[in-house]
Design a protein around this ligand. Sequence first.
Ligand code: THU
Length: 141
Amino acid sequence: MNARANTCEDLRDLAEQATGQAYAPYSRLHVGAALRSVSGWTYTGSNVENAAFPIGMCAERAAIAAAVQAEGCNFRLEAIAVAAVSAEDGSILPIAPCGACRQALVEFGPDAEVSFRQPDGSWLDVSADALLPYRFVMPAR
Ligand code: THU
C-alpha cells in the first residue's frame, strides 16, 4: 500500500484497518501495522501465520518488508503504529511490538516513533531506541 498518512492518528487508523487483512487462524489475534517512511510514504502489514508456527510473520516486519520492497535500501522509518483485534469478538486489544520486531524497527529508524495501545486502551508513543536498550549491533570488523 502506498498512501500519505500525515498524522499519528492517520497511522493508528491505518494500523487498525490492516488488522482486517491478517491471516491468524491459530492465535486468533489479528495484528496490523502502518508505518510512514522518512520520504513520506505509508506502508501497511498484517500478521501471517502458518501451521508450522515459527515461520509466522509479524505485522510490523510485514510492513517493513513492503517499505523495503518499494523504497529499497534507502528506506528509513519515521513512525509506525501497531494495533490488534481479537478474532473472537472483534474487540481491540493492547499490543506491544515483540522483541524481534523491536530489533527490526531500530535497524531502519532508532529515532522512529512507535505507537501502540496500553492495557487501559490509551495509545503510547515511544522511540524505537527506547524500546530496545542493549540491542544487538553488528561489531566492526
Ligand atoms: N504478532 C505481531 O504481528 N506483532 C508483534 O509484535 C507480536 C505478535 C503476531 C504474531 C502472531 O501471529 C500473533 O501476533 C500472536 O503471537
